[in-house]
Design a protein around this ligand. Structure first.
Ligand SMILES: [Zn+2]
Length: 243
């Protein structure tokens, strides 16, 4: 939240129908630039901890006007407000292990888009994601159990006619959601966990857009920009993904 926006939009009364697409896009781009600048401060060990004072808290009692929504992993090392060096009222965050989607997550993101009018939605994966590890392991187990071969090759796995259905109908939520991303990555011969993490971000964006008419509509009317990113535990930096 910049000081300008704070002053210009004190009561969150923006009517999205009044804002033209180009302006929304420029707002989304500048919001993303500001978040990345905050991440640079954090990664360099120079956070400013903005908007965390009593005055800000008191100014936000009756309203909120976040610039961005973030869907990220629940991992204790990846809190969006800290890694983007943001403050109160800046980010509408939804966190689940492996940033997986369900109806509640989608409804929360739709609220941010349709009621709070965020112009930017960040889908944030991260290095060393335990949910990805779990899903990759469970996928291996499923393939082994089906082919009865502990050293199953990609060819053997691809020969399982209904593997997609088996993953989609798996009892484990991690296998159903993240497992499909891991399988997509493997089919593209991307075998590193960091690739699984990147593909999972892309897959999550794709699934969110497919499942949410509200988000489809916001994208179609240039009211929303979605970006994919991956936080690196080792550097503290957020890697911007392009698909
Ligand atoms: Zn994680």
């Amino acid at each position: 939240m910049s000081a300008d926006q704070f002053e210009q939009n004190p009561d969150n009364t923006v009517n999205p129908d009044d804002a033209d697409g180009a302006q929304r896009e420029s707002t989304a781009n500048s919001t993303w630039s500001r978040l990345l600048a905050g991440n640079r401060r954090f990664a360099e060990g120079k956070p400013e901890h903005p908007w965390q004072d009593t005055t800000t808290r008191e100014s936000l009692i009756d309203r909120q006007n976040p610039d961005a929504a973030v869907l990220s992993c629940s991992d204790s090392r990846v809190p969006p407000e800290i890694i983007f060096d943001a403050g109160l009222g800046d980010l509408f965050t939804v966190r689940t292990a492996g940033q997986v989607l369900d109806d509640a997550v989608i409804a929360s993101l739709e609220y941010a888009v349709s009621k709070l009018h965020v112009s930017l939605l960040v889908i944030l994966g991260h290095e060393g994601c335990g949910a990805i590890d779990m899903a990759a392991r469970e996928l291996d187990e499923m393939i082994e159990a089906t082919t009865h071969d502990p050293a199953s090759s990609l060819e053997a796995a691809e020969a399982i006619d209904d593997l997609d259905e088996r993953i989609a109908e798996a009892e484990s939520i991690m296998l159903r959601t993240v497992g499909m991303s891991v399988w997509q990555a493997r089919q593209a011969e991307l075998d590193a966990h960091e690739d699984f993490e990147r593909v999972h971000v892309a897959h999550t964006i794709e699934e969110l857009v497919t499942r949410s008419e509200v988000i489809q509509d916001a994208l179609a009317h240039d009211k929303l920009m979605i970006v994919g990113a991956r936080y690196q535990l080792t550097t503290g930096k957020v890697e911007v993904l392009s698909f």
